[in-house]
Design a protein around this ligand. Structure first.
Ligand code: C5P
Length: 278
């Protein structure tokens, strides 16, 4: 009998450095123009050939997924018609928090099953979630359309970030519905990929997350998280996705770790992590 070795795929956190909502399709989905990056921090998916399809969730954020029979990892496995794979998901990212945990887990599952079972990538990964195509790339990208139009961009200036989740849930559809305008300006054509950290953060300050205002109005803890990042010295703070996770940018990991310590001390119940960009 040949035993297949376990394989591992990283499912890094996705951060929308900017998220412009520039239109709406007839089916209700919103047209986006987003600058997306990934971090060292993330979930980890392990898999091996097993009897039937199974998923065990472990790790500090596992409780957030308890009792979810329709987990995105399982949906990804079913999309690939994988029926003999034993998967273990180490959950480090808070569930449904704007940093793509579910989409990144699904993308990791697709990569892992392709490696283990040798099956081709399905063509319709967007059906798993609008962030799944960008999470398949897992490197700096400009994301447009409703998430299907993904363009890899060169590495940005080296930087670190602090991620803060004030432990409140946000409904993504509700935030889109609450938008005052759905025809906001896109990102500038030219992204400053050659800029240093100071120049880059100055450029980014002129961009937006259009979902941030409705999210802060619905969930005041998001505004508190942004203020906490500013107080801790972030060069720029902003919400990712539809929240509630916010990020603060710092020139290096040492600065980010110091700031993360300060925010964690001030808000002991919050999820606070320092990380660098992939
Ligand atoms: O695809 P995903 O699960 O990320 O999207 C969650 C919800 O967010 C969708 O059902 C839709 O209501 C909204 N959405 C949207 N436009 C997008 C992405 C998501 O309106 N581009």
């Amino acid at each position: 009998m040949t035993l297949s070795a376990a394989v591992t795929e990283a499912a890094p956190a996705k951060v929308n450095l900017a998220l412009h909502v520039i239109g709406q399709r007839a089916d209700g989905y919103h047209l986006l123009d987003s600058l997306v990056v990934f971090t060292d921090l993330g979930d980890v998916l392990h898999g091996s050939v097993g009897q039937g399809l199974s998923l065990k969730v472990i790790g500090p954020e596992a409780a957030g997924l308890s009792g979810e029979g329709n987990n995105l990892v399982l949906r990804a496995a079913r999309l690939m018609q994988a029926d003999n794979i034993a998967l273990t998901l180490e959950k480090h990212l808070p569930v449904a928090s704007g940093i793509g945990g579910g989409s990144s887990d699904a993308a990791a599952a697709l990569r892992l099953i392709a490696r283990l079972a040798g099956c081709p990538m399905p063509g319709d990964v967007l059906t798993l979630g609008a962030d799944v195509p960008v999470c398949m790339a897992a490197k700096p990208c400009r994301m447009r359309g409703i998430g299907e139009d993904v363009l890899a961009i060169p590495q940005l200036a080296p930087m670190a970030m602090v991620l803060v989740n004030p432990r409140v849930g946000v409904s993504t559809p509700a935030m889109f519905r609450a938008l005052e305008r759905k025809d906001n300006a896109p990102l500038p054509d030219h992204l400053p990929v050659e800029a240093n950290f100071t120049e880059f953060t100055r450029w980014l300050a002129d961009q937006r997350n259009d979902l941030q205002a409705p999210a802060c109005a619905a969930v005041p803890a998001i505004a508190t998280a942004l203020a906490a990042l500013d107080d801790a010295g972030a060069a720029l703070s902003r919400m990712s996705g539809s929240g509630a996770t916010c990020f603060g940018l710092f020139p290096d990991l040492t600065a980010a770790q110091g700031a993360a310590g300060a925010v964690a001390r001030a808000y002991p119940g919050w999820w606070v992590q320092a990380t660098t960009l992939l």
